[in-house]
Design a protein around this ligand. Structure first.
Ligand code: NAD
Length: 483
């Protein structure tokens, strides 16, 4: 079952910020992998563009080192890939270098500009790309997260881009949407008859979405301390997972049909009252000499959260009354992204209460061990009457697909190829991002107004104890972080 590789048309891709960390770790290795499997054509051109002064040879050496460090490389294809690279020194907010960039672009082929620079430069870049005549009606721009830090800044950013590009040309990246297993959520829901009839508040008791990381803030302390888990993870990645789990079936798998349905979910979210939210901040690890959050961000009084758990409600016909429990945090016991759909108990037990009751649970593992487990109730084997137990029907996708299934491509590989193909399905639309901020802003404003201080939790734990209380109050409990 080897995945089919359909080559894309020849293209010019300009990577603004081409010497930055994201280009080094993700964009260049992703493009190399697509080249290696034959999807990126050899006559495509990649043009690194950044403020520092380099020539093409320097940039090829930079890209080679990056690919060797962050990807597996074979010599023949790497040399051919490096031949597609060029470099131009450009100032995003000045006039230097634009004429040189214009000379390098070829007419009549797909053209995309990747804005892998600080978001403060997105507007400047959009304006200059347009004013220097580098874009036509088919040109695409790709923008990275964070897309704003609140509704006002996201609106301003949307406006700055919309002044020069149509929405159909703007590709806002949420790399979570490029993950194979996240797309699988749609296949599981809408490719099977089994689940969808039960996918509503009549049959589903509650849903849990967990995105847990073992790493701390690392070298991103300065940025992270101004953002926190709510802005960095909840407003975008967890929100996207929530949308894919909760949305109505779109009529077609096309960009606007899918994004319309996601937007309806976000708009139907109720405001979250303070007692439905737990914020946490990690302390130092016992065993690994890692710094506490406050040490990592070098602020002994920081009140930024590195963990958040909350209970959300979607007020629509499908989900009224079904709680969605969402949590994400750093320095937790395991790295995992998992969704648990807990079904209700059978309405009546013909075996009597003494036989025990076991509600069905569908666990969708996004990482690691991508797969699904459905817990079903059976009779406990042996004599001695009818007692019930639940057992897992377990499928790990890698095992089910066999060795030829191969490793799924990195999210960036898929997303960049989608940009070239002109497919926006896996990118966030401007109104989606704004709606997500409109839901997030009052929550953050409430913390600021109350001077909320996050609850401490131990590194390597499952998060603050108060998060357990959030579910216990509802006679529920979190499933394990490591499913
Ligand atoms: P970085 O600081 O490592 O690199 C910034 C790049 O921008 C450099 O190439 C620099 O030369 C260039 N640059 C800066 N000012 C410029 C100017 N005036 N004109 C032209 N070029 C200029 O940043 P990064 O980590 O690569 O992040 C880039 C973008 O990606 C940011 O929006 C960031 O939020 C986003 N992002 C990064 C990561 C990551 O893992 N690094 C993850 C998610 C999102």
């Amino acid at each position: 079952m080897v995945s089919r590789v359909i080559p894309v048309d020849p293209f010019d891709l300009v990577i603004f910020g081409g010497t930055g960390d994201l280009a080094r770790r993700k964009i260049l290795p992703a493009l190399y992998q697509r080249f290696r499997v034959g999807q990126m054509p050899p006559d495509a051109r990649l043009i690194g563009a950044a403020r520092s002064s380099h020539d093409a040879a320097d940039y090829r050496a930079f890209a080679e080192a990056a690919i060797r460090e962050f990807s597996d490389a074979d010599r023949g294809s790497l040399a051919a890939f490096l031949d597609t690279l060029d470099y131009v020194t450009v100032d995003a907010s000045g006039e230097t270098g634009w004429a040189g960039l214009a000379e390098r672009l070829q007419p009549g082929r797909v053209r995309a500009f990747y804005f892998s620079v600080a978001p403060g430069l997105f507007g400047d870049l959009a304006e200059r790309v347009r004013l220097h005549g580098l874009a036509d009606a088919d040109t695409r721009i790709v923008v990275e997260k964070p897309f704003g830090r609140d509704l006002g800044s996201a609106r301003a950013l949307n406006k700055a881009l919309a002044a020069h590009f149509d929405e159909s040309q703007i590709y806002r990246i949420d790399h979570y949407l490029g993950k194979e297993t996240v797309q699988n959520l749609m296949a599981i829901r809408f490719g099977n008859m089994l689940f969808e009839p039960l996918w509503n508040s009549q049959y589903v008791d509650h849903i849990q979405i967990t995105v847990a990381e073992t790493v701390g803030v690392g070298g991103r302390g300065e940025y992270y301390d101004r953002a926190g888990a709510m802005r960095d993870m909840m407003q975008n990645h967890l929100m996207q997972l929530l949308c894919l789990i909760a949305m109505e079936p779109p009529a077609k798998f096309d960009p606007d049909a899918v994004r319309d349905e996601k937007l309806k979910v976000i708009r139907a979210l109720d405001p979250v009252p303070p007692h439905h939210i737990v914020r946490g901040q990690y302390g130092a690890g016992d065993s690994d000499n890692q710094p506490s959050y406050r040490e990592a961000v070098d602020d002994p009084r920081s009140t930024t959260e590195s963990y958040i758990a909350l209970k959300a409600h979607i007020s629509n016909w499908r989900w009224a009354g079904t709680p969605f429990y969402l949590r994400t945090g750093k320095r937790l016991v395991a790295r995992s992204s998992v969704i648990n759909v807990a079904f209700k108990d059978a309405p009546h037990s013909i075996f009597g209460e003494e036989a025990g009751r076991h509600a069905n649970l569908l666990t969708i593992r996004l990482q690691p061990n991508e797969g699904i487990t459905l817990r079903v109730t059976i009779k406990e084997p042996g004599p001695g009457g009818m007692r019930l137990v639940d057992v897992p029907l377990d499928m790990t996708f890698a095992e089910a697909l066999g060795p030829e299934g191969g490793d799924p491509p990195d999210a960036y590989e898929r997303l960049i190829m989608d940009v070239i193909r002109g497919n926006q399905t896996l990118f966030m639309r401007g109104d989606e991002v704004e709606a997500a901020w409109a839901w997030t802003d009052p929550i953050i404003a409430g913390w600021e107004a109350r001077g909320d201080v996050p609850k401490p939790y131990d590194s390597g734990s499952v998060g603050p104890a108060e998060a357990d209380q959030l579910l216990k109050r509802d006679q529920r409990q979190w499933r394990g972080i490591n499913p």
